[in-house]
Design a protein around this ligand. Structure first.
Ligand code: PBG
Length: 323
């Protein structure tokens, strides 16, 4: 059918018409809110390049969690900054490590929020890389054992879902095996399956104090130029037992989200990363963009590309707007 028989504007005339045929929506049930936990007491400090996001000490989490619960946010993802770092990142699997304490504190506060944990070493290693180092190279197979220990310690502390973000080959399988052996076969793995070596992580590296002290992450995170490789990465993770596949960052990589949606039956998550958040916030602070409408549009577009779950620093703002 062609114009004038087909007039697309007919169904755009009023909001009622538009809402009737709307294909995509943002629901709070799909959103995950990142939290940064630091040592100490009575700390709630705003993160410089991420206005509206804070470092929390464990004792301050309770109020924040209650607020998230009241807002109807169903899940958080935890990042921890340890008291001290070392070459192996051993605080990452310490029984009383920062994330392990945070999980316990949240679980004591509510059962209505899923606690997802980021499984990585970069916040915990003195060199800031996501694995063990020898001769300035990040070792793969030797790192797997440590990642499995981290995931296991999170599960023991009460985490609901573990999310490996390190990008070592074979880590999903190693973590699945360790969890199953220790009686945690019911804990899902949300794999950062397709994680690019992106400059959009800039503000996060300040938030999590995890900038590499030498070199960069391009020997383990994916090359932003590659799309076909995303399918191979996701296939590996699915075969190794991932329950959810994540793409990260989100908005500059909508094509990748779309491809994974087409190719895989698993739930797809997208991480709207710190740099995406910071750009929108900075433009809005200058009155160059309207914060609320750009925030909602960015999330809607990530959903339209095919994401089921979105990890976003805007989760609270969205809840206040649409909740
Ligand atoms: C840890 C990790 C990073 C992010 C999530 N987990 C940083 C990195 O890989 O350098 C980035 C999140 C963000 O920018 O919001 N490996």
């Amino acid at each position: 059918m062609m114009f004038p028989e087909y007039r697309p504007r007919r169904m755009r005339r009023t909001e009622l018409h538009r809402a009737l045929i709307r294909e995509t929506s943002i629901g709070l049930n799909h959103l995950v809110y990142p939290l940064f936990v630091v040592p100490g007491k009575k700390i709630k400090e705003e993160i410089g390049a991420m206005p509206g996001c804070y470092h929390f000490s464990v004792d301050m989490l309770k109020d924040e969690i209650r607020e998230l619960e009241d807002l109807g946010i169903p899940a958080v993802i935890l990042f921890g900054l340890p008291e001290k770092k070392d070459k192996r990142g051993s605080e990452a699997w310490a029984k009383k490590g920062i994330v392990q304490q945070a999980i316990e504190a949240i679980k004591k506060t509510t059962d209505n929020i899923l606690v997802i944990t980021d499984v990585c070493l970069c916040e915990y290693t003195s060199h800031g890389h996501c694995g063990l180092i020898a001769k300035n190279e990040v070792l793969n197979d030797e790192t797997l054992e440590l990642l499995a220990k981290v995931a296991l310690s999170h599960a023991r502390a009460g985490a609901d879902i573990v999310a490996p973000s390190d990008m070592m080959d074979g880590r999903v399988g190693a973590i699945r095996e360790a969890l199953d052996e220790e009686g945690f076969s019911s804990i899902p793995i949300m794999s950062y399956a397709v994680k690019y070596a992106s400059s959009f992580y800039g503000p996060f590296r300040e938030a999590a104090e995890c900038a590499p002290q030498f070199g960069d992450r391009r020997s383990y995170q994916m090359d932003p130029a590659n799309a076909r490789e995303a399918i191979r990465e996701a296939t590996l993770d699915m075969q190794e037992g991932a329950d959810i596949l994540m793409v990260k960052p989100a908005m500059p990589y909508l094509d990748i989200i779309h491809t994974l949606r087409q190719e895989f039956p698993l739930p797809i998550a997208a991480y709207q990363v710190s740099g995406e958040y910071a750009m929108i916030k900075a433009a809005a602070a200058n009155n160059w963009l309207d914060l609320d409408s750009v925030m909602l549009e960015s999330l809607l577009c990530i959903r339209r590309a095919g994401a089921d779950i979105i990890i976003t620093y805007f989760a609270k703002d969205v809840a206040k707007k649409i909740g």
